[in-house]
Design a protein around this ligand. Structure first.
Ligand SMILES: [Zn+2]
Ligand SMILES: [Zn+2]
Ligand SMILES: [Zn+2]
Length: 337
């Protein structure tokens, strides 16, 4: 069994190679996360489990030696699963707000705990939903990869945010909030502490970003009130997605926080990015030739048009949530126009 990092000298990035992962069960018949299962037991609202088929491990072994530019290292790290609710079906919008706030507490707590290992440089927390994304278990859950390196996408964000900070003396992300607020037409939902918008520079058809309005670098820096506000945005945002085409929409939810290598990242601003792959109810956008082969995304509509569709869905979503006696904290942008 091997869990190793192999260096791609051409692109300058690590690949995680795990030989054992291929034996993981593909959509097993009995749910391993439902209450009463061997892994989860009874009497919980939210559960953190070690991933049974981890790509990273603290006892990682390599299968081959480094040879010049072909570098190999043990894939040291942690892979965890957060089972967000005892309910077998549904999305974040179906989870009760206090339970959802507790989910954010757990994300913050695991970020601090796993990040405190001196060998861990980055704690990546994310959520995959839907068969189109390749999810093997339907029971609502998120994942954590605690990595011994800073992943390339985050590195690019850090580099640009740092450059902007030293040039302009302000935060790049705070500035994006200002630009989106000034323009207004791409904002989907907003409460006192968070704002959701389809960015000017969206890559996926219905990609949206959620930024805290306060300049913070990680979830553990959020106050209790802000955590409730984040739970509220997550509830409304996922409800909006499921309302958009009147179908349970698949998505990737990526949480971008500062690295945990102990350096100063006060120029950075944490946020959450949603990438649903759909372009409409049935059709999915693939990262194909131009996107995957060249790394350049094409966007086959105007972001402002799609933002408008999301705003309409958000108005409906808020109404539906209200009919199930949930009162959203904020407003959909369209309400304000
Ligand atoms: Zn289940
Ligand atoms: Zn900021
Ligand atoms: Zn980001």
């Amino acid at each position: 069994m091997a869990n190793e990092l192999r260096w791609n000298p051409i692109l300058g990035e690590w690949i995680i190679v795990a030989s054992k992962r291929e034996t993981r069960p593909w959509r097993p018949k009995t749910c391993p996360f439902c209450p009463g299962s061997e892994e989860t037991g009874y009497g919980w609202k939210i559960k953190v489990l070690p991933n049974r088929f981890p790509a990273l491990r603290t006892d990682a072994q390599t299968s081959i030696e480094s040879h010049g530019i072909y570098m190999v290292k043990p894939a040291y790290g942690y892979c965890e699963v957060i089972v967000e609710t005892p309910m077998h079906e549904g999305d974040l919008c179906d989870i009760e707000i206090n339970n959802l706030k507790e989910f954010i507490d757990v994300l913050a707590e695991r970020f601090v705990k796993l990040g405190s290992d001196p060998k861990i440089k980055y704690v990546f927390e994310f959520r995959n939903k839907g068969a189109a994304i390749g999810v093997s278990l339907h029971h609502p859950h998120s994942q954590i990869y605690a990595l011994p390196f800073i992943p390339p996408r985050i590195k690019r964000e850090l580099k640009n945010a740092k450059k902007f900070w030293s040039k302009r003396g302000i935060c790049l992300f705070c500035h994006v909030i200002k630009l989106e607020k000034d323009f207004g037409k791409r904002i989907i939902y907003e409460n006192d502490h968070f704002i959701q918008f389809l960015p000017f520079f969206a890559m996926w058809p219905y990609e949206t970003h959620i930024y805290p309005k306060r300049h913070v670098q990680s979830l553990n820096m959020l106050s209790d009130e802000e955590r409730y506000a984040l739970a509220d945005v997550l509830k409304v945002a996922t409800k909006t997605y499921n309302t958009l085409f009147d179908t349970s929409l698949p998505y990737i939810m990526a949480i971008h926080q500062k690295p945990t290598d102990g350096k100063d990242y006060s120029f950075y601003h944490m946020h959450i990015e949603f990438y649903p792959p759909n372009r409409d109810k049935e059709k999915v956008k693939y990262a194909a030739g131009i996107e995957w082969g060249a790394g350049t995304f094409t966007y086959d509509a105007l972001p402002e048009e799609r933002a408008r569709q999301l705003q309409r869905a958000c108005v409906k979503a808020i109404r539906e949530l209200a009919s199930k006696s949930y009162k959203p904290f904020g407003v959909c942008k369209e309400y304000m126009q």
